[in-house]
Design a protein around this ligand. Sequence first.
Ligand SMILES: NC(=O)c1ccc[n+]([C@@H]2O[C@H](COP(=O)([O-])OP(=O)(O)OC[C@H]3O[C@@H](n4cnc5c(N)ncnc54)[C@H](OP(=O)(O)O)[C@@H]3O)[C@@H](O)[C@H]2O)c1
Length: 248
Amino acid sequence: MSNGIENKVIIIAGASSGIGEATTRRLAAAGARLVIGARREERLKELAESLPDARITYRATDVTQPEDMESLAKLALDQYGRIDAIFNNAGIMPTAKLSELHRDEWRDMLDVNIMGVLNGIAAVLPTMRKQKSGHILATDSVAGHVVYPGSAVYCGTKFAVRAIMEGLRQEERENNIRSTIVSPGLVDTELYTTIADDETAESIKKASKIPGVGLCADDVAQAVAYALGTPDTVAVSEIILRPTNQAI
Ligand SMILES: NC(=O)c1ccc[n+]([C@@H]2O[C@H](COP(=O)([O-])OP(=O)(O)OC[C@H]3O[C@@H](n4cnc5c(N)ncnc54)[C@H](OP(=O)(O)O)[C@@H]3O)[C@@H](O)[C@H]2O)c1
């Protein structure tokens, strides 16, 4: 019986570490044909080389650059002639209180977390509309549902992605294009390295490594694989997953 993933042509943006890397490994094991991107090309190369039996192509990609996302989509089309799914997973979280006026970090978060997702959608939507099939996924967050101090802008980007992905669902359902957001709580990844304040970064890093307090990246990859593996007639709009001990 098909696992719903085997042979699917799937693009993963933000595949060089954390959730994107774990999803690459899980989907490769399920037999997907993968085209992966992120800025750190060396990490993509190492990842592809660590999976010698998998069908993986990689390309250095900055999701804030529309032409980079177009090139990633073109790579998938040139190689496989179709695009079944894209996982817009790239994200950064340089959290700080608004009063610190970190304008550059605000812009970076809007560019990567929101424009990156939109650039990914734009790169594949014309192809998927022609195919009359496709699946667009994004990593959202519990922070796309609740706001907490110190994370106003990050939460704003994740609320925006939730709205955009629901709008996409409503607009494209008749073209047989599905949209899914996966919204984790705290996950043990490298995301804390994007936080400028060392103390905050260190406390998130520590907490995320405690089982039940932090998820592991593969817990999230498993949710992505579930959504991808459902039949074409089933649209999983959102999966929220928290570490068991998470309060909000
Ligand atoms: N960790 C958590 O607790 C948590 C919770 C909820 C949601 N999330 C979300 O999960 C997603 C993945 O993050 P993670 O936790 O797995 O952290 P991570 O290990 O830091 O991974 C982030 C990924 O995004 C990529 N990225 C960042 N900026 C990029 C850009 N401009 N262009 C292309 N790729 C870019 C990074 O690759 P390069 O640096 O190589 O470009 C990396 O592959 C993010 O959207 C994050 O907001 C994380």
